[in-house]
Design a protein around this ligand. Sequence first.
Ligand code: HEC
Ligand code: HEC
Ligand code: HEC
Ligand code: HEC
Length: 442
Amino acid sequence: MEIKDSGLYIILCAVAVGLGVIAGTLKKPEAGPTETSSTTPAEQTTQNTTTETTTGIKNAKIAESGTGITVIKADDFAEVYPLEYASYMKNNENDEVVEYTEQNPYIKTLYEGYGFAISYGSARGHTYVIEDISATGRPHKLANCYTCKTSSFTATVLNEGDSAYAMAFDDFTNQITDPFGCFHCHGTNPEGGVITITHGYLVNAVADDFDSIDAANLSCGQCHTEYYFDPATKATTLGYHGLATMNPDDMLEYENSLVDGEGNMFADWVDETTGVRKLKVQHPEFETFLGEGSPHGSPDSMVTFTCADCHMAKTTAEDGTEYTNHYWISPLQNQELLDNNCSKCHKDLAAEVKKIQDETTAKEDELGNKMAQLDADLSKAIEDGTIDGEDLENCRLACRNAQWFWDFVYVENSEGVHNMKLTQHCFEKTEEWLEKAYSYLQ
Ligand code: HEC
Ligand code: HEC
Ligand code: HEC
Ligand code: HEC
């Protein structure tokens, strides 16, 4: 955790929670984003005089490629790192799944023609990845689907290069020796907690900014990120180059500029009834949390945490040893973290989180239903022959763009909490593109 200059911090916090700053003292808010708690984070900061130690950014290493790497399995570390291993195995306890196609029927329309319309289970513990990918009702053609699922595949890409992505899915299944494992984040050696980035596409995407991003954030950004499969090579690829273009607006512009083998605008799939060439966003936690406006993640935020600070906080074992907890859970489930850290500024973090999530979910449903209606209206206009030519192409593009911004929030696993400002921005963009789509339908 890193806290910047506290004087400026308090002023900016006050602005953030909509308070007035009068001669350096903060007034109680009348209403605002934190009204559910009786004391706001900003007020708590002024009451609390503890000074936090400032830690610098921890740099990650980059795995070498083409080096005949064999994966060391998680089980092989059981005796060397018993605490980390035991906490890692606890991920088996995070086993609940929500089926989104049942929870939000409108996604059957929005994702029509794509696997996620058939089966879309919520995320659960890391140790379930192989079981879950095998059980989904979605068809898997290529081994690139294993990119974020097993360290065996990660090692194969390092050894064989991008050609591994285009292997048949079923051909690779027999080669899996380790599911999600230590290898993804530590390479062949976790000693001292050194982070080794094994997924090369992330290194390419953050480019010259690699060293400015904390190793722990990079370790998660290998998978909790928005990617696409390169139309020519089928390689997993991220649609940005450096942090300046790592935002939904620039990423959309970039993906819209790609062309597939047939000369068409790149699409993850095409909706057959409307002809809309659609994009599927996937879990952009890394882009959202490190994006502009994030209260704890963007470079200009006053208190910065890494993904690990909140999701794998340090824990003290019975014998007094402190270790990094590898049971990836919500910080709300970690009472020790809340008591020792977050509660210095957040009186009732659970209530704040719930409020943001409820608002986000309500807006997602409202816009999701509106886009499903747009889909129906466009289908009908095409059937009736009341739209064609340039209007039809423009309307299709507006539908694609509206859904991109909506999906950027829908599939981000924190439900707005990692970055409320970016979430609101995405919703506004969806509304703008919805309006444009209807302007061509008139
Ligand atoms: C998703 C990424 C990720 C995976 C997978 C992972 N670790 Fe870690 N590990 C981390 C992070 C982040 C830290 C903290 C590094 C720091 O302090 O900056 C860490 C720290 C450690 C440390 C240093 C001591 C400590 O507890 O702080 C050891 C040892 C370790 N991990 C072992 C393992 C083992 C064994 C596995 C597999 C069972 C594993 N890790 C899997 C991310 C990961
Ligand atoms: C190798 C890819 C990979 C890496 C690296 C990775 N994750 Fe994950 N993570 C996943 C996948 C895939 C799932 C969903 C598993 C499932 O549902 O079967 C997941 C699930 C989770 C969940 C549980 C979600 C839920 O709803 O219960 C949390 C929390 C999480 N990851 C946090 C992290 C953090 C924090 C890091 C970095 C320290 C990290 N992950 C690194 C792939 C990864
Ligand atoms: C300031 C603390 C904080 C940081 C830092 C943070 N998160 Fe979160 N994250 C949260 C909270 C709070 C939630 C919502 C948890 C809930 O609903 O109980 C959440 C939810 C999630 C979820 C959904 C799983 C779940 O248990 O609901 C995933 C996955 C996740 N975060 C990954 C990440 C990744 C990856 C990063 C870094 C790029 C990150 N988080 C950084 C606080 C944080
Ligand atoms: C030094 C004070 C401080 C500490 C410590 C702190 N926060 Fe925050 N946090 C803030 C401020 C300020 C905001 C922005 C509030 C706003 O804009 O309404 C914020 C916002 C958040 C948000 C977004 C939702 C919200 O309430 O606005 C989450 C989630 C969050 N913090 C989680 C955590 C977690 C988890 C911890 C402990 C690991 C933590 N914070 C520790 C000051 C702090």
